[in-house]
Design a protein around this ligand. Structure first.
Ligand SMILES: Cc1cc2nc3c(=O)[nH]c(=O)nc-3n(C[C@H](O)[C@H](O)[C@H](O)COP(=O)(O)OP(=O)(O)OC[C@H]3O[C@@H](n4cnc5c(N)ncnc54)[C@H](O)[C@@H]3O)c2cc1C
Length: 455
């Protein structure tokens, strides 16, 4: 099964066939680590080498543990190598939902978890010497129509109540910063910014290998046992340890776990060709702040260090049975490309260089899903960080390593709560697609008001 991940070519007719099955930031590493063959053992086995798995492995190694990581393709193959690179704190999280679900005190700690995750990653970049073009510009959640202002303000007010530090930027402040004119007002969170997630995840991979983590790539976990020692079976080997961490995020339901807790959503991205100095100048946008929008399904727009413009999301996808097919999403790529001309009319006609999709996982309450399972509570899992995992899934690695080392960090305790149960199929497919369809209609209603302001 695993080789097919590395060799199958998928065709796309979008934008001259610019679909990239590995996302826009990473290639198969030149030093791809060997597939697991035979039997190995360690203090801890981590499944999945994204931000969560690699951070857990690195932190455990620092505590003196021996760690084996099993990865079905290569480190960074999942969402960690495909995202938009926003190192964001609590900006844009579902404050109102959190507050209703877990009450004020817990919600405050969850906000703290998201915000502290930014500083955690900034620290890791320094400690591990990872250069990933980090631009600590802050992030702006920017409205594109006056009708979005009320909702944005309300979300900010609840966020303030919960300790989320943001400030409102009016039209004049947005123009003074040189934010492109389609973005009328915004909510600024000063910490965080944008980075190259491919360089970040590959830096973690390098750090893990240097620290002595035994990474087996092209090695798919097929099944695992229960008991005081867990044995993980792969196509050609077995890895055993008293503790296993499943850091497989959106892929976890396919392992038979968290099927009733998280929903995998497909998120797509489109990247332009490098902009010319004239095109960059026409944008203004000197601070290159990462922009998101307060649509029900947000848009994100950012410049990269290679001077391309990257746009993501706008539409989410759900595949029946919580599957995660690595296939193009033509409809969303076209919607994102069309949106380029609307939000950035000065760039109309700029070519598309790449488009790709990846999977995040989300609980019905939009909260992180972290916990233990197994008869000996020795199978730990982390998922559900939705579209916010660059910072938060990295910090979760630290929290899980501490927990394995015997310390329950207060932020880990804050994340523990009862996750609502998801629906069985085919109800889930119907419910999710109805919800996504409704959100899309409402977002398009807002977009049409921008296109025809006097209609
Ligand atoms: C297009 C897109 C844009 C996004 N933008 C942002 C953003 O700007 N900011 C932000 O904070 N978040 C963003 N996200 C979300 C963020 O990328 C994720 O939350 C984060 O990367 C999750 O990290 P992870 O380590 O938990 O999971 P992943 O990175 O998905 O890692 C899971 C790993 O497990 C491996 N695996 C799965 N099953 C098995 C198995 N059976 N055996 C062995 N290995 C297995 C996978 O190959 C994968 O490498 C975005 C996501 C996408 C897709």
């Amino acid at each position: 099964m695993s080789m097919t991940y590395l060799s199958r070519e998928l065709e796309s007719h979008f934008a001259g066939g610019h679909f990239r099955r590995l996302g826009g930031w990473v290639e198969t590493p030149a030093d791809l680590q060997p597939e697991l063959e035979g039997d190995v053992s360690a203090d801890v086995i981590v499944i999945g080498a994204g931000f969560a798995g690699l951070s857990t492995a690195l932190e455990l190694t620092a505590l003196g543990a021996t760690v084996v990581v099993l990865e079905q393709a290569f480190a960074g193959f999942g969402a960690s190598g495909r995202n938009a690179g926003y190192l964001g704190g609590s900006i844009g999280i579902e404050f109102e939902l959190f507050l209703k679900r877990v009450g004020k005190e817990k919600a405050q700690n969850i906000v703290r978890f998201y915000d502290e995750a930014v500083a955690y990653v900034e620290g890791r970049l320094r400690e591990l010497g990872i250069d990933c073009d980090y631009n600590a510009s802050g992030i702006i959640r920017a409205g594109i129509h006056p009708s979005q202002k009320k909702r944005l303000r309300k979300s900010m007010a609840v966020g303030h109540e919960l300790g989320s530090p943001t400030e409102f930027l009016d039209q004049a402040q947005m123009r003074a910063r040189g934010i492109p004119p389609a973005f009328l007002f915004g909510c600024l969170q000063r910490h965080g910014g944008t980075l190259d997630p491919g360089k970040y995840v590959m830096g973690l991979r390098r750090g893990a290998l240097q620290a002595g983590v035994r990474l087996y790539e092209n090695t798919t976990l097929e099944s695992y046992s229960d008991g005081p020692t867990i044995t993980c079976r792969t196509p050609r080997g077995r890895a055993s340890a008293p503790i296993v961490v499943l850091a497989t995020n959106a892929f976890t339901p396919q392992l038979g776990l968290l099927r009733d807790k998280v929903v995998p959503f497909r998120v797509s991205a489109v990247e332009t060709e490098p902009l010319t100095p004239q095109q960059l100048a026409s944008l203004g946008w000197a601070g290159r702040e990462g922009l998101t929008t307060p649509h029900l399904v947000m848009e994100s727009h950012r410049l990269t260090a290679r001077n391309t413009l990257l746009m993501t999301t706008k539409r989410l996808g759900y595949a029946y049975g919580s599957k995660t097919p690595n296939i193009p999403d033509e409809v969303t790529y076209r919607a994102l490309q069309d949106n380029l001309g609307v939000r950035f009319p000065m760039l109309r006609g700029v070519g598309i260089q790449a488009c790709w999709s990846g999977y995040v996982s989300m609980a019905y309450d939009a909260l992180p899903v972290v916990g233990e399972t197994g008869s000996h509570h020795n199978i730990l899992y982390t998922a559900g960080c939705s579209g916010h995992g660059v910072a938060s899934q990295s910090l979760v690695g630290h929290l899980l390593a501490e927990r394995i080392g015997g310390i329950e960090h207060p932020l880990l305790a804050a994340l523990r709560h009862k996750t609502p149960k998801t629906l069985p199929e085919p109800l889930q497919w119907c419910a999710v697609n109805v919800a996504l369809g409704g959100a899309h209609l409402l977002d398009e209603y807002t977009n049409r008001k921008v296109a025809r302001p006097h209609a």
